[in-house]
Each structure stands twice: as structure tokens, then as C-alpha cells.
Design a protein around this ligand. Structure first.
Ligand SMILES: C[S@@+](CC[C@H](N)C(=O)[O-])C[C@H]1O[C@@H](n2cnc3c(N)ncnc32)[C@H](O)[C@@H]1O
Length: 274
């Protein structure tokens, strides 16, 4: 009971502090007339493929920036990088028929499926813990089905449903006690032989000396676990940690160190369910 009260108190504090912070930052954005006007122009054009562009307030929630051009270009670059990583692992992005975007946000990656694939040939689900982001996707991305999930597993999908799952910059915001439970949950909903693509932080430039030591000895580093699931909580995955812990559950097919993608500087991993 006490634990539950304390977790509710933490949650309420978290929501309030994020709301306050976001409002202050949003006011700063509104004062930047050049960016506001550039974003307005971009939003009046739908995206290149006809999918509308989300409002800057939602873009901030997934990227920490209010910059629409960065959202569009970063999403396109990251989708392109994922396509290449899959190709190098022996899979064509067009070959998947049942896809899950885990932690879909407001569709920075999701929207790009239309550029590459015919929506009649695949089904796509997106899921996230943030109802504002999920609601926006429901209203604006007609070719997908979008659901809300809780911070901890499990998902509402049946087992062995998807042949491809990706989580772009999501495990980077989960505390240590949620890492393996979420990996196992994604594994549960993957078909045998299915593929999982993850991006992770494997750089330590932003760590304190103590955290850097921990990272360099192959242990996960977590900052602000109390803010689990938001951009305020950050997880740093040394490659040794991923090889040691994640490979107990999934086969590793591909690893590309952080910094290879201009937009995110995160490492990219492709796994296969044996
Ligand atoms: C940095 S954003 C990336 C969003 C999206 N993948 C993109 O590339 O724009 C991290 C996302 O993960 C979501 N998230 C965090 N924890 C989650 C969880 N346990 N289950 C599902 N989504 C989660 C957040 O709400 C947020 O939308």
C-alpha cells in the first residue's frame, strides 16, 4: 500500500514537473518567431506522402526540440538507416507483412513506411505509453492501428503476431528493471524467425566520471530512473552489456556503433528470434 502511494506520488510529481517544464520551453519556442513561421509553412504542406505533420508540442515530446524540419529529415534518415541495417542482415524492409512500432511517438518513423511499401501489403501497429501521441497517430495515420500501453509489460497483442518489430530510441528511456522484461515481451509477440530492430545509446560523452567507469566495465548506466519512459530518463548500453544480456534471449545479427547516424547518434542493433 505504502509502495503504491509512493509510486502514485512520484507519478503525479513527474506529470506536474514535465508539464511545467514543457510549458516554459513551449513559451521559449513561441518567442522564436523565425522557427514558428518556418514550422507553420511546413505544416500547411502535408508530409511528402500525404501524412499530416504533428504539432511542434508533440514533436518536442519525442525529440526534445520544436523543429519540424528536424523531425522530417531525422525520421527519413533514421528510416533509411534501418532499411540498410536490415538489408545487411539479409532482410528487405518491403518483405515484412506484420509490423509493430514499439514506442511509436507521433510517427516519426511510422510515416515513412508509405514511402517504401504499399499499405495493402502490410499491416502495422504502433503502441506507446503517451496517450497524446497515440491519439494523434490514431487521427492522422490511416494505414496503422495505434494502441496505448502501460509503462511495464504486457502488450495487448497475441503471441507470435509480428514478423518485424522496431523500437527507435525507446530502450534508451527505460530503467534497468524494465529492460529485459520489455525485451522478453517483444520476443513474445514476435513470430519465430521474426526480426527486432533497436536503437540504443552506446556513447558515454554525457556521463559523469563514475558513470563512465561503470559503462566501460560493461554495465548499463541509467540516469533519472524516476522519470522512466520520458526523455528525462536515459539509459546507456555498453555493447558488452547487450551482447551478454540481450543475446540470452535473441540472436544478434547486426550492430552498428553510435555516431553512424547523423540524426540520433545512437547505435543500431538487429536481432532474430530463434
Ligand atoms: C525518444 S521518443 C521516440 C519516439 C519514436 N520512436 C520516434 O522515433 O519518434 C521515446 C518514445 O518511447 C515511448 N515510451 C517510453 N517508454 C515506453 C514503454 N514502456 N512502452 C511504450 N512506449 C514507451 C515514449 O512515450 C516516447 O514516445
Amino acid at each position: 500500500m505504502l509502495n503504491r502511494l509512493s509510486s502514485l506520488k512520484n507519478r503525479a510529481y513527474f506529470v506536474f514537473s514535465r508539464w511545467k517544464t514543457n510549458s516554459v520551453e513551449y513559451a521559449g519556442y513561441l518567442a522564436n518567431r523565425e522557427l514558428v513561421s518556418r514550422n507553420r509553412k511546413l505544416r500547411t504542406l502535408a508530409g511528402k506522402n500525404g501524412v499530416p505533420l504533428p504539432p511542434p508540442r508533440l514533436i518536442y515530446l519525442v525529440s526534445g526540440r520544436f523543429d519540424l524540419a528536424n523531425f522530417i529529415d531525422g525520421g527519413a534518415e533514421s528510416f533509411g538507416f534501418m532499411t540498410q541495417a536490415l538489408q545487411q542482415s539479409g532482410y528487405a524492409v518491403e518483405s515484412f507483412e506484420s509490423i509493430l512500432d514499439f514506442g511509436c511517438g507521433c510517427g516519426r518513423m511510422t510515416r515513412h513506411w508509405l514511402d517504401r511499401c504499399d499499405p495493402k501489403r502490410f499491416s502495422l501497429c504502433g503502441t506507446d505509453i503517451n496517450y497524446q501521441l497515440v491519439n494523434w497517430c490514431k487521427r492522422n495515420i490511416p494505414f496503422g492501428r495505434f494502441d496505448l500501453n502501460q509503462l511495464i509489460p504486457k502488450l495487448q497483442y497475441s503471441g507470435e503476431q509480428f514478423d518485424f518489430i522496431y523500437a527507435f530510441s525507446v530502450f534508451t528511456h527505460l530503467p534497468e528493471d524494465m529492460q529485459i522484461p520489455w525485451l522478453l515481451e517483444l520476443r513474445r509477440v514476435l513470430k519465430p524467425g521474426g526480426i527486432l530492430y533497436l536503437t540504443l545509446h552506446d556513447r558515454y560523452d554525457w556521463l559523469t566520471t563514475e558513470q563512465e567507469k561503470r559503462f566501460k566495465t560493461g554495465f548499463l548506466v541509467i540516469q533519472s530512473a524516476v522519470h522512466a519512459g520520458s526523455n528525462a530518463c536515459n539509459a546507456y548500453h555498453p555493447p558488452e552489456y547487450v551482447r551478454r544480456e540481450f543475446s540470452k534471449h535473441l540472436e544478434i545479427l547486426f550492430y552498428s556503433p553510435g555516431g553512424t547516424q547523423k540524426a540520433t547518434k545512437q547505435s543500431a542493433w538487429v536481432f532474430k528470434k530463434r
